[in-house]
Design a protein around this ligand. Structure first.
Ligand SMILES: C[S@@+](CC[C@H](N)C(=O)[O-])C[C@H]1O[C@@H](n2cnc3c(N)ncnc32)[C@H](O)[C@@H]1O
Length: 187
């Protein structure tokens, strides 16, 4: 029988509901995270913004035996809970503090940049990717035109990532009303 969600995702979803945390990634993004992590079986997989651990759990579901997963969350109670969820697996590290704590673990083979980094220091986000490393960012409103726009204004941040000379990048629909940016650092 096929389960809809991996067990750790279901556990994180339960915690998010208990904690009233509403910013977890949607399952469509989660499956993307799982697939990206699985593509780098000995990779360093990173996440900024652990939240309730839902995205972490999706990344974990694709984690190879030789891979490592490091995630950071500035809200201590959320980080503590996520750390408890993955405490039995030495491949997973949950850091408490600002996203820049991740820098000590770079370069990243997969980086789900979801809480800190993508707006504050986009160039640094690109620097932290390994050659061939994959950056994933979600929660965009689909844009059909170039340059991409949001609410009538050019979306400079999305244009930065989609047009960056060191990235091969695409915007993909995750639902009819939401999109993600997937960008691979050129070797
Ligand atoms: C969109 S939620 C994360 C959801 C989670 N990645 C998931 O997919 O289920 C963003 C999280 O990032 C955290 N955050 C925001 N800015 C941060 C920063 N500068 N450093 C670390 N965490 C940050 C917030 O506290 C929040 O829990």
């Amino acid at each position: 029988m096929h389960r809809a969600f991996p067990a750790s995702v279901a556990a994180a979803e339960r915690f998010a509901a208990e904690a009233g945390f509403t910013q977890s990634c949607i399952p469509e993004v989660g499956r993307l995270l799982s697939a990206a992590a699985a593509a780098k079986p000995a990779g360093v997989i990173a996440e900024s913004g652990t939240g309730a651990g839902v995205g972490t759990a999706w990344l974990y579901s694709g984690l190879g035996p030789q891979a490592r997963l490091v995630t950071v969350e500035r809200d201590r109670s959320l980080a503590d809970r996520a750390a408890a969820t993955f405490a039995d697996d030495p491949r997973v590290q949950v850091l408490t503090g600002d996203w820049r704590l991740l820098e000590a673990h770079a370069p990243f083979d997969v980086f789900f940049c979801d809480g800190g980094g993508k707006r504050e220091d986009p160039e640094r986000v690109v620097d932290l990717l390994a050659p061939g490393g994959v950056l994933i960012m979600d929660d965009f409103t689909p844009a059909a035109d170039w340059p991409p726009s949001f609410e009538g204004q050019i979306d400079e941040l999305r244009a930065f990532y989609l047009g960056h000379p060191r990235l091969a990048a695409a915007e993909v629909l995750t639902t009819p009303a939401s999109a993600a940016v997937i960008a691979t650092r050129l070797a």
